[in-house]
Design a protein around this ligand. Structure first.
Ligand code: DP6
Length: 366
């Protein structure tokens, strides 16, 4: 598939007005996307678990303009029931980037109503789930204009569009393990969209848990766009991108065999490498907080003592994702409650687990 395969050849049907609702999940990267080229092309492939609880619900209402075409995009934006002008530039940019692939965008007035399952000020980025949900709503409208479109293509194009909104969003359409970015050993992998991981995955990874410890609920210190740009000319960029390819290769037998020790090694190393890249960029940043390190040390201590298989990963912030298999959930929950939540802001954390992708909630026509 190339970009041009996502340009529609014309529509066979019409829709004057209607309303669609989709819920899309967040995702947590095991192999991290950090660094990008022009047009949201990743500098290296990444791999993520799709989550279940953390999600964004978006309703897109649309009404076709009568008569002359509008010069710009026409839309209103509501976040959790309130008008939200702060999000306008991001949506405007998303529409600009996707207009070539969605030529109907200027034919309609849109009302976008969105809400998150997690608290707004949780430090959890909603761009992945938000862009995924909006892309699916737009693809739902496109499917009404082209009813012959097959479902696989619809999901693939939703991932392609979501990527143009926010890179990691392309991994939030389907589940439960998604790869984005071309890799020589992963057939079907592409820089343009995410694909369900095409190889064998051991049972132990099927019900994985992710408890998100909210260490710092504030706004991100470095936006991901700024962060990605810091990889340009970064002294370790070439080696880092190569390492991501190698880690994806190494994970193939690990996923097949269910080798948790080796899985832990790669996942934790990826998280620390992501932060190492930020600490060694120009300008440099430390995005962990003292409590992030307290938690990491506690996890290492507990793992040694209990011989359990929990591990951590990090986003570009201070919060910690604690990953563990279903069969250890009791002891890990107990450990989190007893020893980790004291390091969270207001003792807040979110219990999530692997999920199976976005869901359509409603359509109304006419
Ligand atoms: C650290 O997808 O938020 O979470 O493409 O600029 O929107 P943009 O970046 P974004 O970057 C996510 C970076 C990360 C790692 C990952 O999810 O792979």
């Amino acid at each position: 598939m190339t970009e041009n395969d996502f340009v529609p050849k014309g529509y066979t049907s019409q829709s004057e007005r209607g309303k669609v609702t989709w819920k899309a999940p967040s995702n947590i990267a095991l192999v991290k996307y950090w660094g990008k080229k022009e047009n949201q092309i990743p500098a290296n492939p990444s791999l993520s678990f799709t989550l279940d609880t953390c999600s964004t619900k978006t309703t897109l209402s649309y009404i076709k303009h009568k008569g002359i075409e509008e010069a710009g995009f026409s839309f209103e934006l509501f976040f959790e029931g309130e008008p939200k002008d702060d999000f306008r530039p991001k949506i405007e940019l998303f529409f600009k980037r996707t207009e070539y692939y969605l030529p109907f965008l200027k034919d309609y007035h849109f009302k976008i109503e969105t809400s998150n399952s997690f608290p707004h000020s949780s430090g959890i980025a909603s761009s992945a789930s938000g862009m995924a949900a909006l892309s699916l709503c737009l693809m739902d409208l496109e499917k009404q204009l082209a009813p012959e479109m097959d479902t696989n293509f619809m999901y693939q194009k939703a991932s392609f569009l979501a990527r143009l909104g926010s890179g990691s969003a392309c991994r939030s359409i389907e589940g439960d393990l998604i790869q984005w970015g071309a890799h020589s050993e992963v057939q079907g992998s592409s820089d343009l969209y995410g694909i369900p991981y095409p190889f064998e995955v051991h049972e132990v990874f099927k019900n994985y848990h992710d408890t998100i410890l909210l260490v710092d609920k504030g706004k991100k210190q470095v936006s991901s766009t700024v962060g990605h740009n810091l990889m340009q000319g970064h002294p370790y960029a070439v080696q880092r991108f190569e390492q991501a390819h190698q880690n994806i290769s190494k994970l193939k037998p690990i996923f097949a065999d269910g080798s948790l020790e080796e899985f832990i090694n790669i996942v934790e190393s990826e998280a620390l490498t992501l932060h190492a890249m930020m600490m060694t960029s120009d300008p440099y940043f430390v995005l962990m907080k003292p409590n992030t390190l307290e938690i990491i040390n506690k996890i290492w201590e507990f793992r040694k003592k209990s011989k359990s298989h929990l591990c951590f990963t990090l986003d570009a912030g201070a919060n910690v994702h604690v990953l563990y298999p279903e069969f250890e959930k009791e002891i890990v929950h107990q450990f989190i409650k007893n020893e980790l939540i004291v390091f969270c802001e207001k003792e807040q954390y979110i219990c999530d687990r692997i999920g199976f992708g976005a869901k359509k909630l409603k359509t109304t026509n006419g």
